[in-house]
Every structure is written in structure tokens, then in C-alpha cells.
Design a protein around this ligand. Structure first.
Ligand code: FAD
Length: 321
């Protein structure tokens, strides 16, 4: 029998996040002929109906309230709870984003549901649904499913290929009842990795302590700009003050799964690998041929990054521009 699948979509800087389209694609498969509905929390959500409708939901619930003008966990958790109670889905999916990580466990706990977080693959074996998720900081993966009740999962970005399935999507205005907000957002201070969102970037050029200075990162930024990618960093580089912690990739930083990850002057400590070893293609540039990063790299270049990276930038410039 078909399932009712609810996807909590998310926007960032006024644009829908790509992981929302990935979740809607997974939702189509899980629905198996049932219904897919999307929900957006935050004001102005109706403006996204056209983009959302390309990925198959019959309805888009748009939850609006003055209390949702800026993100607070209290307001979003209350709204998501009420959406779930209204929609009564068999499956709930959302991105494993900063917001997803914060609100999904709270909503699951309040509803007494199980939750699988950071899922990287989904398998449907004749109705028996299983998700892959990393354990031991990405050293191993486990396959987990639900024996009964609502399936609730957060999905890691860049792991599911979005597939379009255009439909007419009906907008359903939703007025949540929000009270007791315990936090006040006074100011939002943006510290980002640049134009491209690191956690959803298809190409990442990452620098480590080998980059040697904040100015050294300009070389990586040039390559990233030519390739349309984002710049990331190891904790070594962040600790040394070369870049902001918003750029840190690894166990205590961001977990990324780009199509291409170019590690420059990064040794490949286990804590760094935890954040990037599932990238589809890894290129390592390091002057030490024994650096552990070469053990996970698909392509290794032994050399000085300040010679190799500008050469790559010039070559890609010739080919792409
Ligand atoms: P280094 O280990 O110092 O490596 C620098 C590399 O640059 C060397 O391999 C060197 O050969 C190479 N190099 C130098 N000059 C050049 C050049 N000119 N050209 C080419 N190569 C050059 N680390 C993370 O990255 N992310 C995390 O989330 C994280 N979480 C942690 C959590 C905990 C609890 C702990 C204990 C540690 C964590 N770390 C994390 C730190 C991690 O253990 C390493 O210390 C860190 O990743 C090292 O950064 P690095 O590779 O940039 O520096």
C-alpha cells in the first residue's frame, strides 16, 4: 500500500536547499504510489511552489507566523510538531542540515518516534525500508530500518540524485500556534565559506596547515572560483588562524560529500577524513609522499601546493573559460 510521505523543505538565503530536492526524490520512491507532501517553515514560503512542484509533491504546506521570521529552535519545533500532527504522515524526511540536526531529534522525542540521522542511502526491499548511516566518525556504515511506526530520517546532502517529476502543487497555508520562545535572535553574524555553500558544494578545494597563512588561501580561492566550488579547511588551518571555523571539515566540523574534493597541504588525520572520505573523487596535493591523505585519495600529486594549484587553475581556465 502507498505511503504518505512528508518532506520538510528548507531555504537558505532565500533559495531552496538542494537537499530538499533530494529528499523529495527519495520521498517519491518511498511513497510507492501514495502521496508526497512538502512543508516549508518561515515567511514567504509560497514563492517556492514552482521550484518545489518540479519534484512531485501534491501539496506545499506553508507555515507562516511572526515568530518564524528568523529561525529559533522553539518556534520551528512547535511548528513541525503541529505540521506532523496535521498531515499525519507515514514517513518524515528532511535534510541533515544545521536546522535538521537541531529540530528532528526534538520532534522525534516529543512524538515518541524513532529517528535515523545523517542517512546516505536508502533501500526499499519489497516494502522493507533501510537506510545507510555512518558510525564511528564515518569509519563504518550501518544499515538500519524501522520495525513499526512512522519512518523518520534526516538525509545527508549530495548523496541522492534529485530527479524531476513535475506536478501541480497546491499551496496550503498553515498557521501554527507558537508560544514560549526561550531565545531571542538579536543579530545574525554571517561567517561563510564564500559564495558556494560548503555542505552542498559539488566541488571543494580544501586547505590545511601546509597553506601556511591566511593569504595562502587566495591560491585555493582562485581555483575554487574557476571550478565554481567552495573553499574548505582542516582544523589545523583553522586553529592556526588562517581561516574561520565555519570552513572546517571533519569530525568536529562539517561533513561533506562533494563530487570532487581537492585536499591541499592536509596530512589526512582521521578526524579530517571523518568529514570528507565519502567524497566521490579525492585529489590530494602534499609534498610528503608518506602523508596519510594519499591512502584515501583517488589521485595524488606529490609536490608543493603553491606550484601545483596555480598550474591546475591555469589549466582549468584554458579548458573551461
Ligand atoms: P598537519 O597535520 O600539520 O599537515 C600539514 C600537511 O601539509 C603535511 O602533511 C605537510 O606535508 C603538508 N605541507 C606542508 N607544506 C606544504 C606545501 N607547501 N605543499 C604541499 N603540502 C604541504 N581536524 C580536522 O581537519 N577536522 C576536524 O573536524 C577535527 N576534529 C578533531 C577533533 C578532535 C577531538 C581532535 C583531537 C582533533 C581534531 N582534528 C580535526 C585535528 C586533527 O587531528 C589534525 O590535527 C588536523 O586535521 C591536522 O590539520 P592539517 O592536516 O592541516 O595539518
Amino acid at each position: 500500500m502507498g505511503k504518505k510521505v512528508m518532506v520538510l523543505a528548507e531555504t537558505k538565503d532565500g533559495k531552496l536547499r538542494n537537499v530538499s530536492f533530494e529528499a523529495l526524490t527519495v520521498a517519491q520512491k518511498l511513497a510507492a504510489g501514495g502521496e508526497v507532501v512538502a512543508a516549508l517553515i518561515g515567511n514567504g514560503g509560497a514563492a517556492h511552489v514552482e521550484a518545489i512542484s518540479k519534484y512531485g509533491p501534491s501539496k506545499l504546506y506553508v507555515a507562516e507566523d511572526d515568530a518564524l521570521a528568523v529561525y529559533t529552535p522553539d518556534a520551528y519545533v512547535q511548528t513541525l510538531l503541529q505540521l506532523v500532527q496535521t498531515i499525519s504522515p507515514d514517513v518524515i524526511l528532511m535534510g541533515h542540515t544545521a536546522i535538521g540536526k537541531e529540530i528532528a531529534p526534538r520532534v522525534a522525542a516529543r512524538l515518541g518516534l524513532g529517528l535515523l540521522t545523517d542517512c546516505t542511502a536508502m533501500e526499499d526491499r519489497e516494502g522493507s525500508i533501510a537506510f545507510d548511516r555512518p558510525i564511528y566518525a564515518g569509519k563504518a556504515f550501518q544499515k538500519r530500518g524501522f520495525q513499526e511506526g512512522v519512518i523518520f530520517a534526516t538525509l545527508r546532502a549530495n548523496n541522492f540524485q534529485p530527479v524531476e517529476n513535475p506536478v501541480q502543487t497546491q499551496i496550503v497555508p498553515f498557521q501554527p500556534k507558537i508560544k514560549d520562545i526561550r531565545t531571542i535572535v538579536k543579530e545574525i553574524v554571517r561567517k561563510t565559506a564564500g559564495g558556494v555553500d560548503l555542505s552542498e558544494a559539488k566541488i571543494i578545494i580544501s586547505g590545511g596547515r601546509g597553506v601556511k597563512s591566511a593569504e595562502g588561501f587566495a591560491v585555493l580561492k582562485e581555483l575554487a572560483d574557476v571550478l565554481g566550488g567552495a573553499v574548505g579547511a582542516s582544523r589545523g588551518a583553522c586553529d592556526a588562524g588562517y581561516c574561520h571555523y565555519a570552513m572546517q571539515i571533519g569530525q568536529t566540523g562539517k561533513v561533506v560529500t562533494p563530487d570532487l574534493y581537492i585536499a591541499c597541504g592536509i596530512s589526512g588525520a582521521i578526524q579530517h577524513l571523518a568529514g570528507m572520505s565519502n567524497s566521490k573523487c579525492i585529489v590530494a596535493i602534499n609534498k610528503d609522499p608518506e602523508a596519510p591523505i594519499f591512502q584515501v585519495a583517488d589521485y595524488g600529486i606529490v609536490g608543493d601546493l603553491f606550484e601545483v594549484v596555480p598550474l591546475l587553475t591555469a589549466e582549468f581556465q584554458n579548458v573551461l573559460l
